[in-house]
Design a protein around this ligand. Sequence first.
Ligand code: NAP
Length: 271
Amino acid sequence: MRPNMHQISELSLHTGRNMPVMGVGTWQLTDDTAGVIDAAIRLGYRMIDTSGDYGTQPGIAEGIKRSGAERSDFYLVTKVEETDDAYEAVGRNLKELQLDYADLMLIHRPPPSGAGEELWRGLIRARQEGLTKDIGVSNYSVDLIDTLIRATGEKPVVNQIEWSPFGHSEKMLRFSRENGIIIQAYCPLTRSKRLNDEKLAGIAARYQKTPAQVMIRWNLQNGTVPLPKANRQDHLQENLDVLDFVIADEDMKELNGLNERYSSLGSLPYA
Ligand SMILES: NC(=O)c1ccc[n+]([C@@H]2O[C@H](COP(=O)([O-])OP(=O)(O)OC[C@H]3O[C@@H](n4cnc5c(N)ncnc54)[C@H](OP(=O)(O)O)[C@@H]3O)[C@@H](O)[C@H]2O)c1
């Protein structure tokens, strides 16, 4: 059992299961993946986001072991690639993770044509066989999610997309809320690129918090689920210390107003 049970709460998915309100990202967590994951779990992180193509799954398996966490202590999200046979890829990922099941399996990105209907059917089969509890998508637009639902009758529980005060979309937020689909926010810290923004720094100073903490808190108050990545233990700790303050409505409006469709990756695929 983890020595430090943090206060990360959960939100409900449309399937009736729950998911922690924030997690830790692991893209390029290559310095010492096992050490970082062990530390993150001990600090109180409960959700870990990875993918077959990050190369971090074996290190995550080792980190979980070192932490002594039980399976029910953590929530594991991983992804299949658009070129994969989705059902087979689920098995490969679980083997690397040394797990019997994932909590959430995502289509990493839509294929070049279509909405990924075959991939989706592979994930549905994996879920029916208990290899994952829930299924979702990543980097999908509103239109692509609509197409997928129409073709298969199956609604994703989340859409994992780039999402920060500097890059978000009212249309996507409204669609997701109306359909009970949770937005998981990747690059919630803009890969550090906008942490020095003057307006953001001004708001952070008012709450005696850091810009990173304000970007994370902005997500929590919007009901979107941030997945900040941090190699450094002080960053891991700082990013968890976001539960003891509330951003006032006028400051939330100012943060929403920072939107310039900014993307650390080049462009927002859904906007
Ligand atoms: N589905 C997708 O297509 C997709 C795409 C991209 C990312 N993701 C997921 O989303 C996760 C997060 O995105 P990301 O890793 O690209 O970017 P990010 O979380 O926005 O930024 C990570 C960077 O911020 C730094 N940082 C962390 N906490 C900080 C703090 N409190 N103060 C200052 N700097 C801080 C980290 O430094 P240190 O590492 O030195 O601590 C790292 O350089 C990924 O790791 C991955 O799991 C998914």
